[in-house]
Design a protein around this ligand. Structure first.
Ligand SMILES: C[S@@+](CC[C@H](N)C(=O)[O-])C[C@H]1O[C@@H](n2cnc3c(N)ncnc32)[C@H](O)[C@@H]1O
Length: 202
């Protein structure tokens, strides 16, 4: 008997993975291991792994449901360069991995407590080599810039679901990143009022 289909699907991941991969091509190293934090369904990492086969892709998520989905998506897509997903809570004191050549986290910072972002930045500071990239994607507030109405409504809906969630001020994220030895080197405007943000380990 075949195992039940446990693959999750995220409509937004299917929409944004094309534009995100265009930015990733310019940010990631030519070879090495890319650690993804909060991989969710696994649709992003399997797509990126097929596009950039010289890289080894390490997915992770604290949710067992997500990890089952990631495993099934990578089997279904036949991508040999996606490693089995790790059970990794960014806010955790210890992580089940000690190095990565680059890291990515898509739509995590606003859908998790601020502690998770602090853990993500500390982890990037520990794991990445000098010059290694941490790539973030999602909506952000920015000092002195208007906040899109759609993001205002999204932020209210996030906070109603969980008061610890919410769209962060990019300057707060960059400040915390600095405490972990990371410097913000690029921001790229993305469709639907999202932002790609690149940090590099100093
Ligand atoms: C909105 S989903 C994004 C999933 C995927 N990156 C995407 O864009 O489709 C948020 C993900 O963050 C994960 N997450 C929540 N808290 C986390 C934490 N403390 N550490 C790591 N991942 C976390 C959830 O399990 C979930 O898969």
């Amino acid at each position: 008997m075949s195992s039940p289909d446990q693959r999750l699907s995220s409509p937004s991941a299917l929409r944004n993975r094309g534009p995100i991969s265009e930015v990733l091509r310019t940010v990631l190293p030519e070879s090495g291991t890319v650690l993804e934090i909060a991989s969710g369904s696994g649709e992003h990492i399997t797509h990126f792994a097929a596009l950039l086969p010289a890289l080894s892709w390490q997915p992770s998520d604290p949710s067992a449901e997500a990890r089952a989905s990631i495993l099934q998506w990578s089997e279904a897509e036949g991508v040999a360069n996606v490693l089995p997903p790790l059970d990794l809570d960014a806010a955790g004191e210890t992580w089940p991995i000690s190095r990565a050549d680059a890291m990515i986290a898509i739509n995590m910072v606003h859908i998790s407590p601020w502690q998770a972002t602090l853990g993500l930045l500390k982890g990037a500071g520990r794991l990445l080599p000098a010059g290694g990239a941490l790539f973030l994607y999602g909506p952000y507030r920015r000092q002195g810039q208007p906040f899109a109405q759609s993001n205002e409504a999204f932020d209210a809906s996030l906070r109603a679901r969980n008061p610890a969630w919410g769209i962060r001020l990019l300057e707060d994220v960059a400040g915390a990143a600095g405490q972990s030895g990371l410097v913000m080197t690029a921001t790229v405007e993305m469709p639907a009022n999202n932002l790609s943000v690149v940090f590099r380990r100093q």
